[in-house]
Design a protein around this ligand. Structure first.
Ligand SMILES: Nc1ncnc2c1ncn2[C@@H]1O[C@H](COP(=O)(O)OP(=O)(O)OP(=O)(O)O)[C@@H](O)[C@H]1O
Ligand SMILES: [Mg+2]
Length: 249
């Protein structure tokens, strides 16, 4: 699904990722952990095509296609979706307006008003969010947790294949975390992959990851399974110093 090799990325002349490599298979749930300010959100933004981030070296392939030359709209059309750590608000544009425009842009066909409303209503019920969200401004005036739920409403309507969850769990209460995680488990098939970025193990108890990676010094310094996340929860990151022998291949 995704193959990142020897990637170097900078912003404002500052190198954030250096020789960063990561592969995610079709159907895989991968988890990326690392200290604050180490470059986890940077990876998400680079994958989505944020033009502020400069790819200095390396390659990114998605479903076998070179991603670096594509813009954010093309990447979205091809099935990549980012739930941002800090979702932005768009005042005066409703969820329905934005999503119908996004669907029409993706499919090239006019979206059916009744079908759209029916599907959006079913998703709101599944996510336990009020139906009025459909006609509310995109994230406008929403609480931190409500914004995360609203982002998942977008996700289920756009039906992506590669889902990037940048701290979905931050700001969610315990019940909401369970509801949203279970909805993602139901959505995920063997054709879809998820990259979870988190500081906490709770979300991983619902969305059991196949692989767990630690990011430090611009690249992955250790990889393992769910047990690695449990070790980090217990011991923190200081136990994982950059060691050439442990470099992730
Ligand atoms: N526009 C910018 N100008 C300068 N530095 C930036 C800019 N944007 C991001 N950075 C820096 O890039 C580094 C990586 O940031 P990033 O948001 O990827 O960290 P993170 O691993 O997601 O951290 P957290 O766990 O706190 O979310 C940080 O040191 C951040 O200050
Ligand atoms: Mg971040």
């Amino acid at each position: 699904m995704l193959q990142i090799e020897h990637l170097t990325v900078s912003i404002e002349g500052k190198v954030i990722l250096r020789d960063f490599s990561l592969s995610i298979k079709k159907g895989e749930i991968a988890c990326l952990m690392g200290p604050n300010g180490i470059g986890k959100s940077t990876i998400c933004k680079v994958l989505m095509g944020d033009p502020h981030y400069k790819v200095e070296a390396g390659s990114i392939f998605y479903k076998g296609e070179d991603l670096v030359s594509l813009d954010v709209v093309e990447r979205s059309h091809k099935g990549i979706y980012l739930v941002s750590q800090n979702p932005i608000s768009i005042e005066g544009v409703t969820n329905a307006e934005m999503l119908r425009a996004a669907l029409e842009s993706k499919t090239g066909e006019k979206s059916n008003f009744f079908e759209f409303n029916k599907k959006a209503k079913a998703i709101c019920e599944k996510l336990d969010i009020p139906l009025e969200f459909i006609h509310r401004g995109v994230n406008e005036g929403m609480s931190g947790g409500e914004k995360k739920k609203n982002e998942l409403l977008h996700l289920y309507l756009l039906e992506p294949d590669l889902i990037l969850l940048d701290e979905l769990d931050s700001g969610l209460d315990i019940d909401s975390l369970k509801t949203l995680s279970e909805s993602l488990s139901q959505y995920k098939t063997k054709e879809k992959s998820i990259l979870i970025i988190t500081h906490h193990i709770s979300i991983l108890e619902y969305l059991h990851p196949d692989t767990v990676h630690i990011l430090k010094n611009g690249r992955i310094i250790n990889s393992g399974d769910y047990n690695l996340a449990k070790k980090i929860e217990a011991d923190g990151f200081s136990a994982y110093e950059v060691c050439e022998e442990e470099t992730y291949e």
